[in-house]
Design a protein around this ligand. Structure first.
Ligand code: DQA
Length: 161
């Protein structure tokens, strides 16, 4: 384990995919006016209340997200991932998440199932414990709660995903 002592809270890696850096400005009628920084702050605050710590990364590059998932192996107890459009076609992200031993929660601001047909497929869903979608920014807090419940239920602690 890197950089974590025995009393360290479990680490949750929050991953944001392509175009989520534009939140607040991007299609506000679909995604709202809060920025990604707002959502990360909400997730981190909720996580702290639950005894978790959040590390966030955003990338517009598929390979970088794959490498972030690799780096989480043996280090993070859970990954909460809003993969943006990669959700719908990135088999490399699917495979990286499949090789990750910890808890995976899929997250979306909108509800892809109620949008265009091409958004109805998720290649993340088959390797996730579950999906939080359609609740806007509330989803970031709900995802942290799901992680806390799952980790608590399975007795998983920091660095032992
Ligand atoms: C999204 C939904 C995806 O279909 C879309 O490509 C995004 C954002 C969401 O959070 O609602 O970029 O993941």
């Amino acid at each position: 384990m890197t950089g974590a002592g025995p009393a360290s809270p479990p680490l949750v890696l929050l991953l944001s995919g392509p175009n989520l850096d534009l939140l607040g400005d991007r299609e506000p009628s679909v995604y709202g006016t809060a920025t990604l920084a707002d959502h990360v702050a909400a997730a981190a605050a909720e996580a702290a209340q639950l005894g978790l710590v959040v590390e966030h990364h955003q990338s517009n590059h598929e390979g970088e997200l794959v490498e972030l998932v690799h780096a989480a192996r043996g280090r993070a107890a859970a990954i909460v991932v809003n993969a943006g459009a990669l959700t719908h076609y990135s088999w490399s992200l699917h495979d990286a998440l499949a090789a990750y031993q910890g808890v995976v929660v899929e997250l979306h601001l909108s509800n892809p199932a109620s949008r265009e047909p091409w958004r109805h497929t998720s290649v993340v869903a088959p390797v996730a414990a579950g999906t939080v979608a359609g609740f806007g920014g509330l989803g970031y807090r709900l995802a942290m709660r799901a992680v806390a419940e799952i980790l608590g239920a399975s007795g998983v602690s920091e660095g032992s995903p």
